[in-house]
Design a protein around this ligand. Structure first.
Ligand code: GAP
Length: 578
């Protein structure tokens, strides 16, 4: 199969996904999931939720997708969530300038890290042409383009906002409340599945790079000093790793390391990241990713996000290219520290000491009757600056005078006016800013990868068939019910069988059109793992034929037993074991 054309055709014809708003000419980078695709996506999300929320004992939240500007000022997205863009003077098309450079210049694979000036020089030096019309791009400026969709919250422009580019910020912002639900105790994890928006310069490859997509993110808040992941149970799990060093080597490729080996050799720098790489393998397998076409790739230094210390991507191979489906980042204390600086709330957790400690604390109690007349409007800021200087560097108060900086200005005053003192205190604990470990899954890319990896053709009874070998747990329909004929009461009986299976909680479809062979083909094509046929024997002995998609084997099962039998098949039993 050619991934792009055949899959796009199947996806549209059978209702997995299709370009949105086509009746109005379409909009690049926006897709609608049809009935089959929406069900597949929902089922993949359910597996994720089962593993990363329920089984792990984490919380799940749902935060707004429209977010006020102040949040992204704090998070750094306003300043740094940019891609580089070059516009063709001839046809007006815009292109990702760093991608043009990576495609045209040998040995450059992380141009994202270059400054726009350098990219512009490389575009000119290599005389690059506009991919749309062929005109020269030499001499064209390279600009930074912020990927967030802007809006106004309410009428007027006094309250700017953005559609969130990641679900994560909705979790970080609410940390002061969330920590209370966790009884102020680390570690704890908060998950969110929801929409994210990025005004991508060049949407491409169906669901792979779109402007609105679903993320499933887990933010695991840990105490950097005391919390460790449970490495022992995953120590022998084998990870397919493509580390930064292997990427730089001429003949480097994916190598298999156990978790223990990867940590001992320093290939993976963070125990927490290694833990999540191991934990996530079971998830990918469960949803149907072909693990022969899967790897973990480490970010090169230039690729690291503004918040990330060590990052690995899970990648799937699609038509010869490797596509990122998940980012695993050690975000350190970056996010909570920034929100702590910008917001009016406490983004720390109180860590209780085993035993109270007696400590020396430097404090100030400025004489405001001196600061007020002397520093005017700046007096309060000078007071705050003195307080933080005392906590940071008490030796600054050793002389007769002390100087503090407030913004660009500095202020000097006699130490005796600061009320500086060093006190002994007994403290029961301290405030720490948690670190964050984040696995961030792109649901659309997972849906797309599963479709590509599971789509295949074979021959049945001398005829070619196409099928989707989806795991039963994620297939849109678990069982399809057919009456052999729409007469002699077979259709009524089949309707009753379908209703009983639905009542048992299964996803069922009913089809009485065309011959049985064609109905099987239709279900094979959308990945239905089991089909049930009601025939004339059913009227005699209350049994039906159950047919398995992958082997095409069939067996007869009593109708009373059918819901349980299908459940056992979904759980891994074979037809012979029923
Ligand atoms: N909170 C971290 C974060 O957002 P990211 O690597 O930018 O990290 C996480 O995004 C995942 O979201 C990616 O691994 C990818 O699967 C998905 N993703 C990102 N941009 C996307 C886009 N334009 N279209 C589809 N999926 C995208």
């Amino acid at each position: 199969m050619t991934e792009r054309s055949d899959l796009a055709e199947l996806a549209k014809r059978r209702g997995f996904f299709f370009p949105a708003n086509e009746a109005y000419g379409g909009t690049a980078g926006l897709y609608t999931y049809g009935p089959e695709g929406a069900a597949l996506k929902r089922n993949i999300e359910a597996v994720w939720r089962d593993q990363f929320v329920r089984a792990a004992g984490h919380m799940e939240v749902e935060s707004p997708t429209v977010v006020p500007e102040a949040v992204f000022e704090a998070s750094g997205h306003l300043e740094t969530f940019d891609d580089m863009i070059v516009e063709c003077a001839e046809c007006g098309a815009t292109h990702r300038a760093d991608h043009l450079v990576e495609n045209a210049v040998p040995d450059v694979d992380d141009a994202e890290a270059f400054a726009p000036r350098r990219i512009a020089d490389l575009v000119a030096d290599h005389d690059m042409a506009c991919p749309s019309c062929g005109a020269s791009l030499a001499g064209r400026p390279v600009d930074e383009f912020n990927l967030m969709f802007g809006t106004n919250i309410g009428p007027g422009s006094s309250s700017p906002g953005y559609l969130r580019p990641e679900t994560a910020q909705g979790i970080f912002v609410e940390f002061p409340r969330l920590k209370e639900y966790a009884h102020n105790q680390l570690p704890f994890g908060v998950a969110q599945i929801g929409r994210a928006y990025r005004n991508e310069i060049a949407p491409r490859r169906a669901l792979v790079r779109v402007r609105e997509f679903t993320q499933a993110e887990l933010e695991h808040f840990v105490d950097p000093e005391f919390d460790e992941p449970p490495i022992a149970p995953v120590a022998d799990v084998e990870l397919p790793l493509y580390g930064a060093e292997a990427q730089r080597a001429d003949a480097g490729g994916t190598e298999t390391y156990t978790v223990r080996e990867a940590l001992d050799a320093g290939v993976v720098g963070s125990d927490w990241v290694a833990y999540y790489l191991a934990e996530s393998l079971a998830f990918y397998e469960r949803i149907g990713i072909d693990m022969e076409r899967f790897r973990y790739r480490q970010h090169l230094p230039g690729e690291l996000s503004h918040y990330a210390a060590d990052t690995w991507d899970a990648e799937t191979e699609l038509g010869g290219d490797w596509i990122e489906v998940t980012g695993f980042a050690y975000r350190s204390d970056y996010d909570l520290r920034k929100h702590g600086e910008y917001a009016e709330a406490e983004y720390t957790v109180f860590r209780q000491y085993d035993e109270p400690k007696t400590v020396e604390r430097a404090t100030v109690d400025p004489d405001m009757s001196y600061l007020g007349p002397t520093f005017g409007d700046a007096a309060a800021d000078v007071g705050e600056a003195l307080e933080s200087l005392a906590a940071r560097d008490r030796s600054a108060f050793d002389g007769d005078a002390v100087t503090v900086a407030v913004g660009e200005d500095s202020y000097t005053l006699p130490v005796e006016k600061t009320g500086f003192a060093v006190e002994e205190r007994t403290e029961s604990g301290e405030h720490v800013t948690p670190h964050v470990v984040e696995p961030s899954f792109g649901v659309g890319r997972l849906v797309y990868s599963v479709l590509v990896h599971r789509h295949g053709t074979d021959e049945v009874d001398g005829e070619e068939r196409t099928s989707l070998a989806l795991p039963a747990e994620v297939a849109p329909t678990t069982v399809a019910v057919f009456p052999l004929m729409t007469k002699d009461g077979l259709d009524d009986r089949a309707g009753e069988v379908a209703a009983a299976l639905r009542a048992a909680g299964l996803a069922v479809s009913y089809d009485d059109t065309g011959n049985i062979g064609r109905r099987y083909r239709r279900q094979d094509e959308v990945g239905t793992p089991y089909c049930v046929t009601v025939d004339y024997d059913t009227l005699e002995d209350d049994t039906v034929t159950v047919r398995e998609r992958d082997s095409t084997d069939q067996t007869r099962v009593a109708i009373d037993d059918l819901p349980g039998a299908i459940d056992r098949l979904v759980g891994g039993a074979t037809l012979a074991e029923l």
